[in-house]
Ligand binder design. Structure first.
Ligand code: ADP
Ligand code: MG
Length: 216
């Protein structure tokens, strides 16, 4: 399956989600490849640190893709890997569209802010045009905040499934990436690790549900 992480708003958590989920799927014994099509190259930086640190134990294949070739590269990698995760650039550029078109599901990280919710509508529209299912991932959700709950309720009205698993704002997400790791490897017993493992299962569950619906 090809998973594209997309969201026009920068800083929403795309790269964080792509890297953390890649490690979570690898921990589920799936073969995983990651593709970075963001010219900023943050995921590729992480992958470099990772391969220096882990060498043969890396478990992940990483490719820094270029422009229009990215979807071809994704399809190629999908032949030899069970999961391919694409980290896409912000803005609805051609590259972002191609990475949506090639995907089996689009994951959209959204922080509980009006700007994130507004930007999500554009990303959902792109996915609808390309007829690819979506799953909104609430990210950096503060515990017990009425304001955040109010904003998250708006997400339910955008016409896309919303993940029941929400990600909190946790230092371990950033700290693990700095070390070339996922939080599941860096702090396996942490709340963040539990959260990320649960999210990976939720993504699989949601994908098979949407595929069954589409087939019916
Ligand atoms: N759940 C989270 N908890 C803590 N920090 C986060 C979380 N999600 C993202 N961040 C931080 O927010 C910043 C932007 O995240 P990033 O994944 O780079 O977003 P994007 O790729 O969408 O631009 C980074 O500094 C990252 O460490
Ligand atoms: Mg990024």
């Amino acid at each position: 399956m090809i998973i594209t992480v997309a969201q026009q708003k920068g800083g929403a958590g795309k790269t964080t989600l792509a890297a953390q989920l890649a490690v979570a799927f690898a921990a589920m014994r799936r073969s995983v490849a990651t593709i970075d099509i963001d010219p900023q190259g943050s995921l590729s930086r992480w992958a470099e640190v990772r391969s220096q640190r882990l060498g043969e134990n890396n478990k992940l294949t990483h490719v820094k893709a270029t422009g229009w070739r990215s979807s071809q590269q994704a399809e190629q990698l999908a032949k030899t890997h069970q999961v391919v995760i694409i980290d896409s650039p912000p803005h609805a550029e051609t590259d972002a569209r191609l990475s949506v078109r090639v995907a089996d599901i689009i994951l959209i990280p959204v922080q509980p802010s009006p700007m994130d919710v507004w930007a999500t509508q554009a990303t959902l529209q792109l996915a609808r045009q390309e007829r690819v299912p979506t799953l909104i991932i609430p990210n950096r959700v503060p515990p017990r905040s009425n304001m955040a709950e109010g904003i998250l309720e708006n997400l339910d009205q955008l016409g896309s499934p919303v993940s029941r698993i929400r990600l909190g704002s946790r230092v371990a997400y950033a700290e693990s990436l700095l070390n070339g790791l996922g939080v599941i490897e860096f702090q396996p017993l942490s709340t963040a690790a539990d959260e990320m493992a649960a999210l990976a299962r939720e993504v699989v569950r949601n994908m098979s549900m949407q595929q069954r619906k589409a087939a019916a």
